[in-house]
Design a binder for this molecule. Structure first.
Ligand code: NAI
Ligand code: 15L
Length: 263
């Protein structure tokens, strides 16, 4: 059954603004939400300001929605207060609101920082154990487990996209491995909305030859990336840090920040 109304959280953010443009006209109604101000609603759009930490507001936000693209929340490392409110309470409120509203599917912007302490020397796939590289990464691992609970127990199917680095262009040597173009993000979101599955984890990454990840699960679901960071190898290969923990781990400086273990 096609979706009548799709909710996009984080609509004022970098990826939210990209997706808003790419999804224009794709559904009868696209409901856009964020804590921050958004551009006014265009044709086929609804704009709703909402704090994900406010359970009753989020329950109302989910009403009459068929599917959710959950991109809102704290998008980098932060203190527990912010991570707890936006990403942990926010995720609980969203999935519970979705269950109550009969939402069928959630596409979740998880992050490579859920597995950021894995070594760069190991190629991991969607079955790798969580290895968060900070409070932010832990909140994404929590979101993935929350999605599994609601998928298997309550029928809210979920695609968790462990996004690498989604920017207009890769910025440094690490992003030669982790970069995802905006167009490939759009392709992955389309797979998330249309493929047949209950609960899946994939990596949000373009077709980079230096990728840290075996993304065969995404390919199995129908993802065909059209972009690659490889054309930046020559210019970016030397753009490394002088930080040994960052260079050792997939999460880079997220992993080395506050690091106090054995390398
Ligand atoms: P962003 O920071 O530009 O967008 C996040 C949006 O969430 C912001 O507009 C912010 O106002 C909103 N937000 C924050 N707290 C909120 C709250 N309590 N209630 C409602 N809205 C709130 O980040 P970006 O880059 O657009 O990322 C979007 C999503 O993708 C995030 O969940 C991030 O963790 C995830 N992601 C992004 C990656 C990237 O490379 N851009 C990589 C991995 C994951
Ligand atoms: C993320 O999860 C962040 O949202 C983004 O700003 C980048 O830091 C990205 O990971 C990355 O690892 O490059």
């Amino acid at each position: 059954m096609p979706y009548q109304r799709v909710l996009l959280t984080g609509a004022a953010g970098n990826l939210g603004r990209e997706l808003r443009t790419r999804l224009a006209g794709r559904f009868p109604t696209l409901r856009l939400s964020d804590l921050a101000e958004m551009a006014p609603a265009g044709p086929g759009e609804e704009v709703v300001r909402c704090d994900l930490a406010d359970a009753s507001a989020v329950a109302e936000l989910c009403r009459d929605v068929d599917a959710i693209l959950h991109f809102g929340g704290q998008a980098t490392e932060a203190g527990w207060d912010k991570v707890l409110a936006a990403n942990i309470a926010g995720a609980i409120n969203l999935w519970e609101g979705a269950r109550l509203a009969g939402v069928r599917r959630i596409v979740f912007a998880s992050s490579n920082h859920a597995i950021g302490m894995h070594r760069r020397s190991t190629t991991i796939d969607h079955r790798a154990m969580a290895a968060p590289d900070g409070r932010y990464g832990l909140s994404k691992a929590f979101g993935e487990d929350l999605a599994a609970l609601y998928a298997y127990k309550h029928g809210v199917s979920a695609l968790c996209i462990r996004i690498g680095s989604s920017f207009a262009e890769p910025a440094d040597a690490r992003q030669l491995s982790t970069w995802m173009s905006f167009a490939d993000l759009g392709r992955m979101v389309e797979v998330g909305l249309t493929a047949d599955y209950t609960y899946e984890i994939v990596y949000g990454v373009s077709d980079n030859s230096r990728s840290f990840w075996d993304n065969s699960n995404a390919e199995r679901l129908g993802y065909r990336p059209a972009d690659s960071a490889d054309r930046f190898i020559e210019t970016h290969i030397g753009k490394t840090t002088d930080d040994p923990i960052a260079e050792l781990t997939q999460g880079g400086t997220f992993s080395s920040s506050e690091f106090s273990g054995d390398p």
